[in-house]
Write a protein that binds this ligand. Structure first.
Ligand code: GUN
Length: 286
């Protein structure tokens, strides 16, 4: 069997077109949606992500403000800037790109963002709202994964879903969203005994570990749907340095019924869902 490819680029294009239409309505009413993106330091991957987010905004009719702060920015200065954006009525979403330099406390930084502008969905009140069944902003990556599953017509009700990874950004919120859709959810992580056995039970497998090609075809149930959240660099071999996922695509695509590629899978959907969350924030404010 060769798996069907779930095309993130194509779906993201559709989502962006819907956002653009909604943004035009607000802009026409004199209330253009606005997103502030803060990047602290020079991490090259973060710089690329942030540049792409700003570019997406431009193409969708969302006004964006990019703050590039030096790596040695003090916590007080960063918090003061966030508080200023919290008060700015032209800004509806605030995103602080992670990871932050080690001298900054990411938790305190995130908690300073006004929850109604936390378009990443990382604030404890947004995380708690998702957990208790009254979601406001869903974190963009797992939200994008849910859109892809929906678009691909994947049945979640009663399905065995396995999430590999327990981060606050992906694994934990992903598990909550799958549970919301009545999947039976298992969260695996670095201390899980016999990861392969858990993975082989999954009808839907979401890999979000950050290790190149660690999920191989022999760990996948025939016919499963495989979602690859990984954004790794090939460590060695002829493709050294190229982007690759957490899933070994060559072997996995022989076993799965549907699979997301890297690049062109989850990544573009993460970016698209940030635009959706920003639109939601702007519409609620308007
Ligand atoms: N770093 C990796 N993923 C994300 C994300 O979704 N949002 C932010 N702010 N930083 C990230």
């Amino acid at each position: 069997m060769t798996a069907r490819i779930i095309d993130g680029n194509e779906l993201a294009r559709r989502v962006r077109a819907e956002v653009a239409a909604r943004a035009a309505v607000l802009s026409g009413a004199g209330r253009p949606p606005g997103l502030a993106v803060i990047l602290v330091g020079e991490d090259p991957a973060s710089a690329v992500y942030v540049r792409n987010k700003v570019k997406d905004c431009e193409e969708s009719g969302i006004r964006s403000v990019l703050d590039r702060l030096p790596a040695d920015t003090s916590e007080a200065a960063l918090l003061a800037r966030i508080e200023q954006l919290n008060r700015d009525p032209s800004i509806h979403g605030i995103l602080v790109q992670l990871p932050l330099p080690p001298h900054l406390d990411a938790h305190r930084v995130i908690e300073t963002i006004a929850p109604e502008k936390d378009v990443d969905g990382f604030h404890v009140s947004n995380a708690g709202a998702l957990m208790t069944g009254t979601p406001r902003f869903r974190p963009c990556t797992p939200y994008g994964v849910m859109k892809m599953l929906e678009h691909a017509g994947v049945l979640l009700d009663g399905a065995e879903a396995v999430v590999v990874g327990r981060s606050n950004i992906v694994g934990k919120p992903q598990a909550m969203m799958l549970l919301e859709r009545n999947a039976t959810v298992t969260i695996c992580h670095s201390r899980t005994r016999d990861l392969a056995a858990h993975c082989r039970r999954a009808d839907v497998l979401v890999a979000a570990v950050g290790r190149a090609r660690m999920i191989t075809g022999d760990m996948i149930k025939p016919g499963a749907v495989v979602i690859d959240v990984g954004m790794n660099r090939e460590p060695d071999g002829p493709n050294a340095g190229k982007l690759c996922g957490d899933v070994d695509f060559a072997s996995a695509s022989q076993v799965a019924s549907a699979i997301t590629p890297v690049p062109g899978g989850v990544g573009p959907m993460t970016r698209a869902m940030l635009l959706v969350n920003t639109m939601e924030a702007a519409e609620r404010a308007a």
